[in-house]
Design a protein around this ligand. Structure first.
Ligand SMILES: NC(=O)c1ccc[n+]([C@@H]2O[C@H](COP(=O)([O-])OP(=O)(O)OC[C@H]3O[C@@H](n4cnc5c(N)ncnc54)[C@H](O)[C@@H]3O)[C@@H](O)[C@H]2O)c1
Length: 459
């Protein structure tokens, strides 16, 4: 069972947590849990009574105990109490347990739902104007809500449509791997099926401008760019698409300049995220554009090739080739998010799958043990999710320990010196993954000496 067989709905009063939570639970065949209701039941008194007798501290302690209990339950949709995710500690706990969705609405819509007498019933809403008071409270809570995994605006669509969207979120997300970055930041790698359809809900609420630039190539764009734009639209983000030629030969500075021009024409500002939708060539090139245009834009990786999912989308190394060497011009640009949608692999040509497998086998070799056994067992048509996850986890471990490739990260270049030479010698007719596979074979006489790499604990 995937980690995401729990869904947490968070948000302000009247955001629809209970109504939509019940409907989504029904759609999924999960149980519905309302934390406030459970706490009232176990305390034998209403929340106002708990606040009166135990204070807010007592109530939050009861919430903590309930979250601990929920960690032992699966197949649940949980409507969380209004203030629960405002507590950084409880928010972090919930985010470990499953996707957390912030439900939002406009202040005017909240005021409409709460009704004209809301202030009389709820002291925190007292003030001159109900809509204004709600806007102030929402602004206070914005940092907490923008720290959730997804945001769904409930202002406009019917409850039936919204409940379906929530159910799709929990079905799409299979794994989430947080990656620590230098300077104390972090980003998530999300692996699942149907994730491109959730892009808008993933990016909405992150405080970025409402416009996104999708950089893709001429093969991947026709397949997935429209779906990505549709999804961004659902999250309230306007978007435009800049398309580069496909293949390694396009990974150079002339393409970068064309992309700068497309961003300028698209009216990009410093808050416009660049979304790399494609294989490693798109990821490396778009990442370099994101690192340098306007001295840096938010960057999101949506890898669509197996190689890009297993390797190139993780760790922030971006760049382009030159006439005198591969990957010689580049930067370290950490993504805000890596969204690996397994559904895109259905259209990946067989030879590109083999290229991705080369990087997965490389990771298995470096990691050793079960990962090596799993990567060796992959056949022509066998499922790749488990060895792909092994490769992602290994890459995460190594880039967390050595983000700037001063030491262990160089191990990921296993087979690459020979491979890069082969790629260049063949004028890139030999693909990167094929060249890596040949490079690995060229190193095989030394395999028994140095593996596995000693690096941080497995997670
Ligand atoms: N930055 C890093 O850390 C890192 C690590 C490893 C490799 N790389 C780089 O990655 C690049 C290789 O990546 P790649 O193998 O993904 O190459 P690629 O981006 O050229 O993709 C291979 C081909 O598959 C097509 N494609 C991609 N996804 C598809 C899909 N879902 N359906 C149909 N077609 C699809 C692309 O259009 C392209 O023609 C190299 O440039 C290499 O240097 C970078």
């Amino acid at each position: 069972m995937s980690r995401s067989s729990r869904l947490f709905l968070c948000g302000f009063m009247a955001s629809g947590k209970s109504t939509l939570g019940r409907m989504a639970a029904h759609t999924l065949g999960y149980d519905f849990v309302d934390t406030d209701h459970e706490i009232e039941l176990s305390a034998g008194m209403p929340i106002s009574g708990i606040f009166a007798s135990e204070g807010e501290t007592g109530f939050r302690n009861r919430e903590s105990a309930l979250v601990a209990e929920l960690s032992g339950r699966q197949r649940i949709v949980v409507a969380t109490g209004g203030g629960m995710v405002v507590s950084p500690r409880l928010r972090a706990l919930l985010k470990e347990l499953g996707p957390c969705v912030g439900l939002t609405a406009t202040p005017a819509e909240y005021a409409r739902r709460l009704g004209p007498n809301a202030a009389a019933r709820r002291p925190m809403l007292q003030g001159a104007d109900l809509t204004q008071r709600i806007a102030v409270l929402l602004a206070e809570r914005a940092p907490a809500y923008s720290d959730l995994h997804y945001t769904v605006d409930t202002s406009f669509d019917s409850p039936e449509i919204l409940a379906q969207r929530l159910a799709h979120i929990v079905l799409a997300e299979q794994e989430r791997l947080p990656v620590q970055t230098p300077g104390g930041g972090s980003y998530d790698i999300i692996l699942g099926r149907g994730l491109i359809d959730q892009l808008g809900h993933m990016l909405a609420g992150r405080g970025w401008a409402r416009r996104a630039a999708i950089i893709t190539d001429e093969k991947v764009g026709p397949l997935y760019a429209a779906a990505a734009q549709r999804a961004l639209g659902q999250g309230g983000l306007d978007s435009f698409v800049a398309t580069m030629p496909a293949g390694e030969a396009a990974k150079h500075l002339r393409t970068v300049e064309d992309l700068y021009r497309a961003l300028a024409q698209g009216g990009v500002d410093r808050n416009t995220p660049v979304i790399a939708l494609g294989g490693g060539v798109v990821g490396d090139t778009a990442g370099f554009v994101a690192a340098t245009y306007l001295r840096g834009l938010p960057f999101v990786q949506v890898p669509t090739s197996l190689l890009a999912m297993a390797d190139s989308s993780i760790g922030g190394k971006v760049g382009v080739d030159t006439s005198f060497g591969k990957n010689l011009v580049g930067a370290f640009k950490q993504p805000e998010l890596v969204v690996a949608d397994l559904a895109t692999l259905a259209s990946l040509p067989a030879v590109e799958r083999q290229c991705g497998l080369a990087e997965i086998v490389k990771a298995g070799l470096i990691d050793g043990g079960d990962a090596w056994a799993r990567s060796r067992a992959i056949g022509e048509t066998s499922p790749v999710t488990a060895p792909l996850l092994d490769a992602m986890r290994l890459k995460r471990r190594i880039v967390e320990e050595d983000p700037f490739e001063k030491d262990k990260r160089a191990w990921l270049n296993l087979g690459h010196t020979f491979g890069h030479g082969l790629e260049a010698w063949s004028d890139f007719r030999i693909k990167h993954g094929q060249a890596v596979a040949l490079g690995l074979v060229s190193r095989s006489s030394r395999f028994d000496r140095a593996w596995p790499v000693r690096c941080g604990p497995r997670r």
